[in-house]
Design a protein around this ligand. Structure first.
Ligand code: CMP
Length: 152
């Protein structure tokens, strides 16, 4: 089992797409094990996007990500980090494949609706940035036996 952090970004909230986006993960059989709405501060943005702070697009990214609330969630499942990234599609909505969340719903590189952790270390770091341990709830849905074989 893996855990990954997703953020429904301000464009996702403002465009009222949060339910559809979260529904895609639920339909796939992934578990939402933590969720909250918050306003990303400039300080949190710099921590979250530390690897991008020096890039030319960072000022615009910070203005965008702090410009309206986000919905943060922790998603759990088998190979969840890769599976969720593949469900999002390429960074730019114009390049993301049809059938992916960005490919179907976004036409922007910056306003690409959803962020997801890109590896195990970033997932751990990002989950810690947004959630305290007691805000994360593990459980086994009763339909689990209908989602995968017991030995998978
Ligand atoms: P995300 O997956 O959250 O990771 C970094 C974010 O920066 C990315 O999604 C986009 O929202 C944004 N981003 C990445 N590259 C660019 C770019 N070249 N110009 C503007 N925004 C970008």
């Amino acid at each position: 089992m893996q855990r990954t952090l997703i953020l429904c970004k301000p464009d996702c909230v403002e465009r009222r797409l949060v339910g559809r986006v979260l529904g895609r993960f639920e339909e796939k059989g992934l578990n939402i094990i933590a969720m909250k709405m918050l306003r990303v501060t400039p300080e949190l943005a710099k921590l979250h996007y530390a690897e991008h702070v020096q890039k030319p697009f960072y000022p615009g990214l910070e203005a965008f990500i702090t410009g309206a609330p986000v919905v943060a969630a922790v998603i759990e499942g088998l190979e969840a980090i890769r599976v969720v990234r593949e469900m999002l599609g390429a960074t730019s909505g114009l390049q993301a494949a049809a059938g992916t969340i960005r490919g179907d719903l976004s036409s922007s590189r910056q306003m690409n609706l959803v962020h997801a952790s890109d590896g195990p270390e970033s997932a751990e770091r990002e989950i810690d940035l947004y959630f305290a341990a007691d805000e994360i709830h593990t459980y086994t849905p009763t339909l689990t036996p209908w989602l995968k074989a017991a030995d998978e």
